[in-house]
Design a protein around this ligand. Structure first.
Ligand SMILES: Nc1nc2c(c(=O)[nH]1)N[C@H]1C(S)=C(S)[C@@H](COP(=O)(O)OP(=O)(O)OC[C@H]3O[C@@H](n4cnc5c(N)ncnc54)[C@H](O)[C@@H]3O)O[C@H]1N2
Ligand code: MOO
Length: 401
């Protein structure tokens, strides 16, 4: 295994090469899933005035009270109440000057303009004080926050039409192989449908949106060279296939020919051994290139362990690496080999068993799996009931933000 990196070293080297993105502004209501590049401070105070929290009567002093008007949402009562006076009030409407309590509608009896309380209102209750949620200048959201629905609402409430976000890295996904049919419904007997490109694109899309898709590209130097040229403008290029030692595994040669520098090739993991990481300088920019092996499950596992963490690093998201969890072995596991192994597993949240086939081309067992079970190099036999480390694949391998 000389020349193979171990997983931690390989991930460390990859993350050190991940391009850092600048920042830009996006409309708040289009910011779902985006990472804030700076703190967001309130541009206004919320609530902007003392408000009633209930429908009823805003009153001054003890009752009974004389009804002299109304305060509605968007149309406050502009006068000042003196003790013994009240106005009709709606939930969210401004408390008039002088009012110090809210009589709930269901606790009130109205006779003409005279309002009496069945239950005396408690001063200060049911009043939302000005600025109790946040004050102008307060930090509402901090840099690094991933914008979710409540963050969007808070930023809008804080008076922002736009928020500063980390720019999305432009990602290209290239699949290569003479045997790959672009149209799965028209696949000759000596072909197989190209599936890695779409799979990897689906894995990265929750982080960066739809990536550029290139291919399937033939195993020819010219075709690969022009495919690499198409990806010039991207920050991160993910290739799949042609990564091994066969006569037609040309991705590395094509990369060298276009000026890329290979940082490392081969990692002691199973599946995914021929993983390759390279960079190429394009003008002012340095493009990160992650070469995934072509076997579909090897592609998936290395995208999960390398491509997604690199993208997370580019976006400033922590932790970059998948989070390990513990599950109880639901069946015995055989001793491990020399490579760190990622076994497709099926977990019910407490225990885990392996999916049937572990061949690196077997997509059916990958699709059934909901986690990867990590087996250390030369792991001892694991008995049923012992603990195992797993990584959740959520909905098929992508980590939602
Ligand atoms: N003599 C050796 N042979 C192999 C070694 C080795 O060390 N010595 N390593 C094996 C391992 S491990 C892997 S993993 C594969 C990786 O090979 P490549 O990255 O060169 O992948 P390909 O040869 O292009 O394809 C492998 C396999 O996957 C299918 N494939 C490729 N791309 C796609 C795609 N976009 N969609 C669906 N399926 C795809 C392809 O048809 C092949 O069946 O090398 C081993 N060999
Ligand atoms: O490393 Mo390969 O990915 O074992 O099939």
């Amino acid at each position: 295994m000389s020349g193979w990196l171990d997983l931690e070293e390989a991930q460390k080297r990859l993350l050190a090469l991940a391009p850092r993105m600048g920042s830009g502004q996006v409309a708040v209501d289009a910011a779902l899933g985006r990472v804030l590049s700076a703190d967001v401070k309130a541009r206004r105070t919320q609530p902007p005035a003392d408000l009633s929290a209930m429908d009823g009567y805003a009153a001054a002093g003890n009752g009974p009270w004389q009804l002299i008007g109304e305060s509605r949402c968007g149309a406050p009562f502009t006068g000042t109440l003196t003790p013994g006076q009240t106005v009709r009030i709606s939930t969210g409407a401004h408390m008039p000057e002088g009012a110090d309590r809210v009589l709930l509608q269901e606790d009130a009896t109205r006779q003409g303009e005279r309002i009496a309380a069945n239950e005396a209102p408690v001063p200060d209750r049911h009043i939302r004080r000005r600025g109790f949620d946040f004050q102008k200048g307060d930090t509402l959201l901090t840099a690094g926050t991933v914008m979710g629905p409540a963050h969007i609402a808070l930023a809008l409430s804080g008076g922002h039409a736009k928020v500063p976000v980390v720019r999305l890295p432009k990602v290209a996904v290239l699949d290569s192989g003479d045997e790959l049919a672009a149209d799965p419904a028209n696949c000759a007997p000596d072909q197989i449908p190209a599936s890695n490109g779409a799979m990897i694109a689906a894995m990265v899309a929750p982080l960066v949106g739809e990536p550029m898709r290139i291919g399937p590209v033939a195993d020819e130097m010219d075709a690969l060279a022009s495919a690499l040229e198409q990806a010039r403008d991207c920050d991160i290029l993910i290739t799949s296939g042609g990564a091994s030692v066969g006569d037609h595994d040309l991705v590395q040669d094509a990369l060298r020919q276009c000026g890329a520098a290979i940082d490392f090739w081969k990692v002691a993991i199973k599946p995914g051994k021929p993983l390759m990481v390279a960079t190429r300088t394009l003008g002012e920019r340095r493009q990160l290139i992650i070469g995934l092996p072509g076997n579909p499950v090897s592609s998936f596992v290395t995208a999960f362990l390398f491509a997604l963490p690199a993208i997370r690093k580019s976006l400033g998201l922590a932790p970059e690496l998948p989070t390990p969890q513990t599950r109880i072995a639901g069946e015995p596991f055989a001793a491990g080999g020399p490579r760190r192994e990622f076994v497709r597993g099926i977990s019910d949240g407490t225990s885990v068993v392996s999916a049937n086939s572990q061949d690196s081309s077997a997509l059916a067992s990958l699709a059934r799996a909901n986690c990867l079970i990590e087996r250390a190099p030369y792991a001892a036999k694991t008995a049923q009931g012992e603990l195992l480390t797993v990584y959740n694949l959520q909905n098929g391998g992508f980590a939602p933000l």
